[in-house]
Design a protein around this ligand. Sequence first.
Ligand SMILES: [Cu+2]
Length: 393
Amino acid sequence: MTEPQGTIQLPPQLSTIAPEVDAMYYAIYWISVAFAVAIFVAMGIFLYQYRRQPGRKAKPTGHNTFLEVFWTFTPLLLLLWLFVEGFEGYVKMSVAPEDSVEIRVRGMQWNWEFEHQGGVIDDLNRMKVPVDTPVKLVMSSSDVLHSFFVPGFRVKRDVVPGMYTSLWFEATTPTPFTSETECQSDNDCGSGYHCGQPREIPNGMNADELLMGGAPPEGAPEGTREVRYCSVSVFCTEYCGAPEGITLSAFSEGGYNSNHATMMADLRVLPVEGYDRFLEVGPPPPPECAGAEDVNVCWGQSIYQGSGCIGCHGNDGVRQQPAPNWVGLWGAVRPFTDGSERVADENYIRQSVLQPQSQIVAGYAAVNMPVYRFSDRQLDAVIAYIRSLTPDE
Ligand SMILES: [Cu+2]
């Protein structure tokens, strides 16, 4: 890999802003080093030169205008320069370019959710961005104060409950999903990267090929394997609490994100085609469905449980409140509040999920179903699941 390398002090520069931020950092660093050395050396010399000696008496020296002007104005100029540079950098980092791709970021104890254009939401803590494209994040928190930090991009901003904050960056280096970027632990990835959550990949392929819509090569062994890839690290730098019963020394217990110390996300910088493809097809089915008899039915059930449909819709054929039960829905004639009717087919279910208020089932006007934004594949999965709940005649 020809990845940019980090230094002892800083992780690799993975965004357009990173070189400027680092230049500023090193300027301040070396100015501080130079002053520290000058001050300590002068102090040493004076200590020696003016040490107590027999027969020598201290006498006032008066003042030296040139010296005083010099040591007042030199630091003043330096500080002014640092202020101007710093302020320019701050403004630049605050104002996203007009043509930025926008991604919604939601922080919650202890996960990140990323909603890409068109409402494509990947699994929690997985984020994808296109390379060489300005990306603007619009961030909110549903509970406490979080802070979004990508060391490799040199960007960080608080994610505050009750308001939106934003941030932008342009990534410069794709993070490929190849065998070279497979990992077992964080040590296998350079600084600025960490070993991401496991992915289920068909044998004989890598996730790049999967993302680009490829198929496993002829003769590849059947089935899937679990792979982890080095991903750009996203951290929460706020102490956003730890769940009850979990101490910091045991933070890896109880799952990937068991407390704020591991409120980390896997960020993948994709080639533009890969990102477009991701938007088109959406996230892949959850790993637990890899071996399922019908992947879509399994995935639909996981959406039913994971996206909250279960809170309103029953799947037992009995519970009809606050929303219609899904058993027997497929193929049935649905009566609406406006007196019209329609057969529950693919298009009807699709519309019910994406625009629930466009046709209200008679008797259910009291509860508003939330609008969901799913990818086509996720919709297929929901449809397959609803369909599976109605036995064929
Ligand atoms: Cu947090």
